[in-house]
Ligand binder design. Structure first.
Ligand SMILES: *Cc1c(COP(=O)(O)O)cnc(C)c1O
Length: 319
């Protein structure tokens, strides 16, 4: 794939192999354990899907009630997964930011423990393990660039923290990978803020993209994301849904890896930015696939996948 793309090396950090099929496990495993330790009884969070199912899974294991508020168009397999884990799932006709308002109300009224992105300190601590793992899995070095699908930004912020910690214990020097934050054209508040040179992002109106995990119109930690991207010498970039779909199929066919749409967005960004020259052909690039593609039913009209009709073979009926 790398030679076809015209870049020296491409890795995919495949986070789809986590227990609930997404990297949300890393943060919520720790956050739920700590909430239990602190005596919390009921946990709550807004989610685009994967955070909700991870919280529901670890909540089930801990014997804690979990309230998840999600947009009603969240992929069906993810909704069924959370429901199976016994979570109280509330569907909302709105975006994740609207779901957040419902959670805040429950936190005030019923004393739910708030697991929202960056509203407690432990999710980011769990998520930062990706930073250590990159170092370990690459044999003690880091890639030149990390291309990361950015919603609330916990993963990017966590990795940045991990790199600083690795430097503090003397395992790496001061050189950092360039952090490339990828968003969708239909919801790109961080990209707009990056391009305009501001430290905070304005909420994105009418957010819309097939990559539901990065459909986050306003990120609490916008300044942390933007600081890390700028300090690293990286940039923020938006890709179209069409480019996401094309990259999704391309990776499946060329590599045998079924990315999630957000993971496909990182490949789309790599292709786009190799063409623009912002990523150079001699770089070693790490793409992030944050969840298994199996959680996202493919809309065949986007993918032009025609499976044909089922066949009735006479010889089967006759034997
Ligand atoms: C949550 C999520 C993201 C965004 O991750 P952040 O660290 O919140 O920016 C991207 N892709 C998928 C599949 C996700 O579940």
């Amino acid at each position: 794939c790398a030679s076809r793309l015209g870049v020296s090396r491409v890795w995919i950090k495949d986070e789809g192999q986590n227990p609930t099929g997404s990297f949300k496990d890393r943060g919520l495993r720790l956050a739920v354990s700590r909430a239990l330790e602190l005596g919390a009884k009921e946990l709550a969070l807004p989610s685009a899907g994967n955070a909700g199912s991870a919280a529901a899974a670890y909540g089930a294991a801990a014997g804690l009630r979990v309230h998840v508020v999600v947009p009603s168009d969240t992929p069906r397999p993810i909704l069924e997964e959370m429901a199976a884990f016994g979570a109280d799932v509330e569907l909302l006709n709105g975006l994740i930011s609207d779901c957040g308002k419902v959670v805040r109300k429950g936190v005030e009224q019923y004393g739910w423990f708030d697991l929202s992105t960056l509203k407690e300190p432990y999710r980011v601590e769990g998520k930062k393990t990706t930073g250590y793992e990159l170092h370990e899995q690459l044999g003690g070095r880091l890639p030149d660039s990390i291309v990361y699908p950015t919603g609330g930004g916990t993963g990017l912020i966590g990795m940045w923290k991990a790199f600083n910690e690795l430097e503090a214990i003397g395992w790496i020097g001061s050189k950092r990978p360039r952090m490339v934050a990828v968003q969708a054209e239909g919801c790109a508040p961080i990209v707009k803020a990056f391009d305009e040179g501001t430290r905070h992002a304005e909420p994105w109106a009418d957010a819309s993209t097939i990559a539901s995990g990065i459909r986050v119109p306003a990120a609490v930690g916008d300044f942390l994301i933007l600081d890390a991207v700028r300090e690293s010498g990286g940039f923020a970039v938006a890709v179209s849904d069409d480019a996401i779909n094309a990259a999704h199929l391309e990776c499946a066919k060329l590599e045998g890896i079924l990315l999630c749409p957000e993971g496909a967005a990182t490949l789309a960004a790599l292709i786009q930015e190799l063409a623009s020259g912002r990523i150079e052909s001699d770089e070693q690039v790490m793409l992030f696939n944050c969840a298994t593609g199996l959680k996202y039913p493919m809309q065949s009209e986007h993918h032009n996948i025609d499976l044909g009709k089922p066949i009735d073979y006479d010889f089967i009926r006759n034997c």
